[in-house]
Ligand binder design. Structure first.
Ligand code: URA
Length: 242
């Protein structure tokens, strides 16, 4: 079916679509998910934004420096217009454990490093509890740029950013990935299942079948400290896989 006809059908069905702003090979991102629920324990993914979005150029095969340069220069989605800077990721590039969160917040956007605010301090303490220093792991996010007002990432933004994160995972080759929070878990596992149902289960992602452990986001744990016991169980699970 040609693109014009497909877009007409999608429009008639009330499904929003995005067309590349730049000529990138065969890239039309079509949103099929429309719901948004902000609560950590709920089971839906973020809604699409009503903006045009283009996938970044292929980053397969890039080394760390080139990959970082691509991220810094990225204008694939509109978040580049509001960011102070990109937040690439930080830590041991040969880490056994890779932590993946949601997106930079205000502190991270200012400092250019993931998890440096209050949630970051708790994450550091969680790592310490299983005998790891922050510098021993690699920390990244689903998005490299801060969504304004710390709103949930939109589907098209996560799609655009995914190649960067996938390349980071391929370069680090972690033994275990710890997905912190609903947005990280659902995007990495391509599911709408609630984080409470994803934790305490075995998962693996990618061609390398990297074991993935799901836990609550430290920001959620700050609001709901009674859930810290469950997070502790998740950390023990991650440590047992290392
Ligand atoms: N929350 C995240 O998910 N990532 C950060 O980098 C900071 C807060």
């Amino acid at each position: 079916m040609d693109d014009r006809l497909r877009l007409e059908y999608l429009e008639a069905m009330g499904i929003q679509s995005w067309v590349c702003r730049e000529p990138v090979a065969d890239t039309v991102i079509v949103a099929t998910e429309k719901k948004v629920v902000r609560a950590e324990g709920q089971g839906t993914r973020a809604e699409p934004s009503a903006v045009q979005t283009a996938l970044p150029d292929d980053v397969t095969g890039l080394g760390w420096e080139d990959l970082k340069a691509r991220v810094v220069a990225c204008q694939a989605c509109t978040l580049h217009q509001t960011r102070t800077q990109t937040v690439f990721g930080v830590g041991n590039q040969e880490a056994d454990l890779m932590i993946i969160g949601e997106a930079p917040g205000a502190d991270e956007d200012r400092q250019g490093e993931p998890f440096v605010g209050r949630a970051g301090l708790l994450l550091n303490a969680m790592l310490k509890a299983i005998g790891l220093e922050r510098g021993q792991v690699f920390i990244a996010n689903i998005l490299k740029c801060r969504p304004p007002g710390n709103r949930d990432p939109h589907v098209d933004e996560a799609v655009c950013c995914e190649p960067f994160l996938q390349r980071q995972i391929a370069l680090v080759k972690p033994k275990v990935i710890l997905a912190v929070g609903r947005v990280a878990a659902q995007n990495l596992l391509k599911t709408d299942v609630a984080v409470g149902k994803l934790r305490n289960r075995e998962h693996a992602i990618g061609e390398a079948n990297i074991p993935l452990v799901v836990t609550y986001h430290p920001a959620y744990l700050l609001r709901s400290p009674d859930q810290k016991g469950k997070a502790w169980q998740d950390l023990l699970r991650a440590r047992s896989l290392l």
